[in-house]
Design a protein around this ligand. Structure first.
Ligand code: PFF
Length: 470
């Protein structure tokens, strides 16, 4: 078990020793597994390939990688550091730090952004998790064997056109998330992640291996890694930045919550870099698995959110033992989505427990129900409401369904905003001594990090926002 003692601490006002009372991760590896479990999810395998396809490939990937390195890793370090320093759930950690250092309590807002983002993201995340569940049956039944791209596309459209089916799988996914969160013990989760994540990696490698045999691997690699800046738009830059936050689970205080369990003697920088490198590796592998299949079958790279569900089934239909590998792949995808889903619901439940004094089961049921109900709007925007364009009068948002808007607003606005607040808090508000102490970096490395969170991140996020607004 990752947390040696279940951590629903009551806020006691003092900082010292608060971590110890809540129980710590059993090791550095335990923290890395939990944080990786949160980071690696649908964002890597479902979203990265399709946003890359929609935004023209290489140049977008380059900007995304820069965002991970220059914005993502420093913000992850800041979040983990604030969490460990505060030693409580995000809202209470921020309150503890601000009270102790005589700062404005308004910084608790970061925790509130996290709670709102958690609700909104989980509502549609669970719908996509439901797609993955549905595809376990599709692959296991063998109906994909030898199918054409058109037939595979028709299976996917069939799924999207049925609100009742989508609702059933969405309900099952939410239930899976709620069961784990309600029990309040992450028992088994850590062990599950330590087996399932490497397994997912191996399966991705198998699909990449198959993709190499299609004869289009070189074209796919060029698409992903040869930047063509004429294809890069300002909105593409915003999407790359937003996706960096989304994929690393940043900007909504999840890493802050996890950091509060990290033992003091463990390097925040090394662990943050490890998690980010694993996360990026999984995304790039997913890209290398999917794009050769896209090109080999004359599919459209910019096909949108359905991309992996229209390409991977083709690969599984054609490769030897494809039903077996396909089933395994979607099961692992569900697990990756599940661990991320848990990390989306956990902060909301912790907040309800601490703030509203509700017990864990009631708060899980309440928060889970709200996410589930919100998810219905995303389900309907895939079929009955597909033409409903609620914010069509805003040029940038024209043609976006409720589902698209939720995705856009959370990943591209809310998370970077949360990240901006974290950067401002660390860069301008928190005591430098405390941060030096927590991060324990060499003076040169500390200064590099400090300049980034103080100037680079806030300016980068602000510039991207302003450009897109104009
Ligand atoms: N990082 C997850 C993914 O890539 O699928 C999604 C996510 C989880 C975003 C938790 C934000 C979060 F707090």
């Amino acid at each position: 078990m990752s947390v040696t003692q279940s951590g629903s601490a009551t806020y006691s006002g003092e900082l010292e020793g608060s971590n110890a009372k809540r129980g710590l991760w059993s090791s550095r590896l335990a923290f890395i597994l939990a944080a990786t479990g949160s980071a690696v999810g649908l964002g890597n395998i479902w979203k990265f390939p399709y946003v890359t396809g929609e935004n023209g490939g290489g140049a977008f990937v380059l900007v995304y990688l820069l965002c991970i390195a220059i914005v993502g890793i420093p913000i992850m370090m800041a979040e983990v550091m604030i969490g460990r320093r505060g030693g409580h759930s995000p809202v209470n950690s921020l309150r503890a730090i601000t009270q102790r250092d005589g700062l404005k309590p308004a910084w608790k807002l970061i925790g509130a952004v996290g709670v709102l983002a958690g609700f909104l993201i989980l509502s549609f995340y669970s719908v996509i998790g439901g797609w993955a569940i549905s595809y376990v049956g599709t692959t296991a039944s063998g109906q994909l064997a030898g199918q054409s791209a058109d037939a595979v596309g028709a299976i996917f459209s069939g799924l999207l056109s049925s609100p009742a089916t989508l609702l059933a799988w969405h309900t099952l996914f939410m239930a899976l998330v709620m069961v784990v969160v309600a029990r309040g013990v992450r028992a088994g989760l850590e062990r599950a992640v330590s087996i399932l994540m490497p397994a997912l990696f191996v399966l991705l490698l198998i699909v990449v291996g198959y993709a190499m045999t299609t004869g289009y691997f070189g074209q796919a690699a060029a698409f992903l890694f040869q930047p063509d800046f004429s294809k890069l738009t300002t909105s593409g830059i915003l999407v790359a930045l937003g996706h960096a936050f989304f994929t690393l689970s940043l900007g909504m205080a999840v890493m802050m919550a996890y950091g509060s369990y990290l033992p003091k003697n463990i390097s925040i920088a090394k662990t943050s870099i490890t998690v980010s490198v694993i996360d990026t590796g999984v995304a790039l592998l997913a890209g290398l698995a999917i794009f050769p299949i896209v090109f080999a079958n004359g599919l459209e790279p910019g096909a949108g959110p359905g991309l992996i569900f229209q390409t991977l089934p083709l690969a599984f239909g054609q490769m030897p033992m494809g039903s077996l590998f396909g089933t395994l792949f979607f099961v692992l995808l569900i697990f990756a989505a599940w661990t991320s889903g848990i990390s989306l619901l956990e902060p909301i439940v912790e907040w309800l427990e601490e703030k509203k004094g509700m017990n864990r089961v009631v708060s899980t049921l309440g928060a889970g129900f709200v996410c589930w109900a919100l998810g219905i709007a995303s389900i309907l925007s895939l079929n009955l409401w597909a033409d409903f364009d609620p914010l069509g009068f805003v040029p940038m948002l024209e043609g976006k369904t409720i589902f698209d808007l939720l995705d856009f607003f959370t990943a591209n606005i809310l998370l970077p905003l949360g990240g901006l607040l974290v950067a401002l808090f660390a860069g301008w508000v928190m005591s430098r001594k405390a941060m030096e102490n927590e991060l324990a970096l060499s003076p040169a490395m500390f200064n590099l990090w400090f300049v980034i969170v103080r100037f680079v991140t806030p300016v980068a996020v602000a510039v991207v926002f302003i450009y897109n607004l104009l």
